[in-house]
Design a protein around this ligand. Sequence first.
Ligand SMILES: [Zn+2]
Length: 217
Amino acid sequence: MLKQLLSVFLESRCPFCQRTTPETLCSYCLQKLFSHQLNEYDRPSLEHDLSIFAWGKYEGQLKRAIALMKYNNQPELGSLLGQLLGEAWLDSGLVKSAQKVSVIPIPLHSQKLKDRGFNQAEIIAKSFCQSTGYSLNSKALIRVRNTKAMFDLSPEERTKNLQGAFRIGNKLPKYPVLLLDDIYTAGTTIKELTKVLQRNKIKVIGAAVVAKTRIDD
Ligand SMILES: [Zn+2]
């Protein structure tokens, strides 16, 4: 009886299917999430001279998980995604296990942070660092300008939209940098941030993202 009573408190509902589960997602939905994972031949890709490591394809349950996390106030999904990304990163063996890395989540503008209550990239990065043992640095970059949503912009417009949007923060990374974000589309933000870091003589090894919208280019 006590056990039953306790489980009511300990178990929460799966945000996808509403079944009760002691985990963030029930085992059925977690399995569905894994169906969107990229296999090792699909990643990483080299874009803009940077290595992009993506966990999965931006589709189906993975797309839904990211949307629920960001717009339905479910940061715990970000922790789960960060953990999956971290485990896949370690499995890939891209970086020697002894190498030290500073992980920088893509910063949100302070106004957006206030509206949403959390930076999804930072939540993913935090749990990614717990899995990998890397050092988290959320203060190395600052978004000084609130930029327009990018989804309907052309590549040229995206680049223009981001010019001067970021500056270096007051805590410089100690080690080579891995940028971290939830979704990778055209890579404009990552490219711009890499420029800002390199201008300050900081080495960037690449970016890790939860989901990639395009695979073939
Ligand atoms: Zn479920």
